[in-house]
Design a protein around this ligand. Structure first.
Ligand SMILES: Cc1cc2nc3c(=O)[nH]c(=O)nc-3n(C[C@H](O)[C@H](O)[C@H](O)COP(=O)(O)OP(=O)(O)OC[C@H]3O[C@@H](n4cnc5c(N)ncnc54)[C@H](O)[C@@H]3O)c2cc1C
Length: 414
């Protein structure tokens, strides 16, 4: 595992190396849409590689409230305030920070145009939006998913803390692909941990749109050992489709029956951030198809998409992946524009899932680009039955990762 993390750091350092040849990108006008993980990573990397370029970053939120770590804040294992990041470093690095959302990107001849300004290249890094589910009764304003940047998880924690002993919680898990594949199951774990820590029992039913889920054996082992009788997972084969959320009667109706709830938490189906759809960049999946290490869209070679908004191949939608993609894209485009050799197309992902105050499990892998698409190379995953010492080491590594990663992404360090 540590080899993979070291690999990422080495790859990042290589991509961010200053230009070896003459030219600093002067005259280039670049736009980044979104200052989350992918957008901030891309912006600082392009700034370093092309110090002469003019770079505008568009972001409607004055501060970024990270999703990664939110489940830990829900359980009370992490301070929610540690997940809040401001964007001052973008301005301090000499880039234009436009605190506004981009409605759409148009093409002005070959050049992408945003809010009346033509750019040489635009990068979509707008994350996800909710895809309206096909069941009745869902309103994200009433049932916020706490799944996008900018939302603190604390209102959900207050609702969990208000539950009575023995309460029924129903959690709907979405169809793939979606942001952070293990996170719905980590969220159910965090809810159980929060109830248990307050001396309450409860029953959490996960109604899944899928037949299996990531780290399944690890989660199911933890649920049996740490939260016995509290978490039950129902695959799509057991429940069929979700038909209706009846908030008045507090029931979820499925093709095979109904589940009563005291608290309903919906992780809805997802698609790329709305600006991608408005700009005609998404395909029938709702995500932006991209090709090659420049993460170029099918619509225009002058528009790239990185992070959760894109579907580049095998990589899961994670913060770790989003940054790796942004760095590779920035290194590739800068090398092209400056006439330098392209950086190696080596990508890495690591994902930590917290199971309790003491235990964390890890999954990860390395990736390359084959025929323009990201392809998995090697992977690793924690083992059921590994020692308590190993799980504590994973926990400490995961906690250090959140702090170090956030500083690197949002302060532009590293
Ligand atoms: C509960 C949970 C736990 C997670 N845990 C982990 C983890 O442990 N490890 C991990 O690697 N990943 C984790 N993730 C996933 C991670 O949060 C995302 O994969 C990551 O944030 C994706 O980065 P992004 O830049 O694509 O999107 P985001 O970080 O969401 O950034 C998108 C940005 O674009 C902005 N934007 C949107 N629309 C517009 C517009 N029209 N104009 C301008 N700006 C716009 C948004 O405001 C936002 O700031 C977790 C996610 C969740 C929900």
């Amino acid at each position: 595992m540590s080899l993979t993390r070291r690999g990422l750091l080495a790859a990042g350092a290589l991509l961010l190396a200053p230009p070896a040849r003459a030219g600093d990108g002067a005259g280039l006008r670049l736009a980044i849409v979104g200052a989350g993980v992918a957008g901030s990573s891309a912006a600082f990397a392009l700034r370093r590689l092309l110090p002469g370029a003019s770079i505008d970053v568009f972001e409607p939120l004055p501060a970024y409230h990270a999703c990664f770590g939110a489940n830990q804040a829900l359980a009370g294992w992490l301070d929610d305030g540690a997940l809040l990041h401001r964007h001052e470093a973008i301005r301090a690095a000499g880039m234009g920070l436009r605190v506004e959302g981009v409605e759409r990107i148009d093409l002005d001849g070959e050049r992408p145009r945003i809010a009346g300004t033509a750019y040489d290249h635009a990068v979509i890094a707008a994350g996800i939006s909710i895809r309206p589910p096909d069941y009745e009764g869902y309103d994200p304003a009433v049932l916020p998913p706490f799944w996008t940047a900018g939302e603190s998880i604390l209102p959900l924690r207050e609702r969990i803390d208000a539950l009575d002993d023995g309460a029924n919680v129903v959690l709907l898990a979405p169809p793939a692909p979606y942001r952070c594949p293990p996170a719905p199951y980590e969220r159910a774990t965090a809810i159980a941990a929060r109830l248990k820590a307050r001396g309450k029992r409860g029953r959490i039913a996960i109604l899944d749109a899928k037949s299996s889920f990531p780290k399944q054996a690890l989660f199911e082992d933890a649920w049996r050992r740490l939260y016995p009788g509290m978490i039950e997972w129902y695959p799509v084969e057991a429940i069929g489709r979700i038909l209706r959320l009846d908030l008045g009667a507090k029931r979820v109706e499925t093709e095979t029956g109904a589940f009563a709830f005291d608290l309903l938490h919906v992780v809805p189906p997802q698609r790329a951030g709305a600006v991608a759809g408005n700009s005609g960049l998404v395909d029938a999946t709702g995500w932006v198809p991209v090709a090659g290490a420049g993460f170029r869209t099918a619509v225009s070679p002058r528009i790239s998409a990185v992070g959760d908004a894109c579907i580049p191949g095998d990589m899961p939608k994670s913060a770790f992946s989003a940054r790796a993609q942004a760095l590779l894209m920035a290194g590739t485009l800068a090398a092209e524009w400056l006439g330098r050799a392209a950086p190696p197309a080596d990508l890495f992902n690591t994902c930590y899932s917290r199971l309790s105050a003491d235990e964390t499990v890890i999954v990860g892998g390395s990736y390359g680009i084959v025929d323009g698409r990201i392809k998995a190379r090697e992977g690793f995953i924690s083992k059921v039955g590994e020692s308590a010492q190993q799980r504590r080491a994973n926990r400490d590594e995961g906690a250090a990762w959140i702090a170090e990663f956030s500083r690197t992404v949002f302060e532009g360090e590293g």
